[in-house]
Design a protein around this ligand. Structure first.
Ligand code: 15L
Length: 273
């Protein structure tokens, strides 16, 4: 069967999403190059049929250039994926994005799908409905680094015509169990469909889309990425029984309940104690 691409690169292959997506990536290309930093690579085991495994530190310009050589499209899921101190975020997510887009530009790669995050918008309230044209309101260093990635990729579209789809992914784990996880859940099948639409839609320009299933009460409105024609098939409604049955009022000052970013909001920068 002919596949859409000869070779694609998936960065962050050793992470939560990378490990779960690995076998699903085969449909997109004859060869899937799986990349991660050393510890991530170690957990990948040997390359299977149609796979290549590459070790790469995103902060290292030369390594990033080598990692990108010979690929037709990139799924960029690498980097720090949670709220931590700024130094590692700066290396992997800020400098790493610069290195990646320099390589993409130099090597003539035409399209990137960037795993952004809902934490670009984490400071909106849970009672608000958010779309991609609204100002970003990151909830910490991690969310800010994803805003940087979205803006950098927009610059590369405006200046050099390199297309990027930024996916503001929600909670993409097997089973949601809290109210926030229910609202923000993205099933693996819907994630794959979103990748399919992001890679195969003929013209995407610079697109920002929320990565979320068809959940009840969802906060995010995808009116600005309808051209992707993504239709979520799954819904977290099937997991409603996972929620605690008794209601308890949250404390009035509990930001993690009232802001969309949840626990990331309070995990962010603090004054030294
Ligand atoms: C993210 O951006 C994280 O990478 C992921 O691990 C989840 O925690 C997700 O956000 C979330 O908001 O639940």
């Amino acid at each position: 069967m002919t596949k859409p691409f000869k070779r694609i690169l998936f960065t962050g292959a050793g992470g939560n999403l990378g490990r779960r997506l690995r076998e699903r990536l085969q449909e997109f290309a004859d060869i899937v190059r799986l990349a991660d930093v050393a510890p991530g690579v170690a957990s990948l085991g040997p390359a299977g049929p149609g796979e290549e495994i590459v070790e790469c530190d995103l902060a290292d310009r030369e390594q990033v250039m080598r990692m990108c050589e010979g690929v037709d499209a990139i799924l960029h899921f690498g980097g720090v994926s949670t709220e931590v101190e700024f130094a590692p975020i700066m290396q992997a997510n800020i400098l790493g994005m610069v290195n990646l887009y320099e390589a993409v530009h130099k090597l003539g790669i035409r399209r990137v799908v960037f795993a952004s995050s809902n934490h670009t918008m984490g400071m909106y309230q849970t009672s608000e409905r958010v779309d991609a044209a609204m100002p970003t309101r990151a909830d910490g260093y991690y969310g800010l680094s994803k805003v940087w990635g979205e803006n950098l990729s927009r610059y590369y579209w405006d200046r050099f015509g390199i297309e990027t789809v930024c996916l503001r992914i929600g909670f993409c784990f097997p089973e949601p169990a809290t109210h926030r996880q229910m609202v923000t859940w993205l099933s693996l099948d819907d994630m794959v469909e979103l990748l399919r639409r992001s890679l195969l839609t003929p013209r995407v320009g610079h697109t920002i889309s929320f990565g979320v299933s068809d959940n009840p009460g969802r906060w995010w409105d995808d009116r600005h990425s309808r051209h992707l024609a993504f239709q979520a098939k799954d819904s977290s409604a099937q997991f409603l029984g996972n929620l605690p049955q008794e209601f308890a009022y949250p404390p009035a000052d509990d930001l993690s309940t009232f802001l969309q970013g949840g626990a990331f909001v309070t995990a962010g920068p603090k004054y030294p104690s």
